[in-house]
Design a protein. Structure first.
Length: 85
């Protein structure tokens, strides 16, 4: 799962053009939105589309659990790992 976490950190940086940050600077259990990485709803949409394309998974924006899946890199990794199985 550590490889997936690192892969997701890199994907977040590439997809969202976060030029001032490195994967090492992203704390895997810190929030992606608000106080943590500071992403917004547009970032969530872009990231969701990239995840669907890269990992061939389905993300239901209407599902109540989706917000919790995007809470941190670790929760995103668990979601992607479980969705690929």
């Amino acid at each position: 799962m550590n490889d997936l976490v690192e892969e997701l950190k890199t994907l977040i940086i590439e997809v969202l053009n976060l030029e001032d940050i490195t994967p090492e600077e992203i704390i895997a259990d810190e929030p992606l939105f608000g106080e943590g990485l500071g992403l917004d709803s547009i970032d969530a949409l872009e990231l969701g589309l990239a995840l669907q394309k890269k990992y061939n998974i389905s993300i239901d924006a209407e599902n109540e659990d989706t917000k919790s899946h995007f809470a941190s890199v670790n929760s995103l990794a668990k979601f992607v790992d479980g969705s690929r199985a």
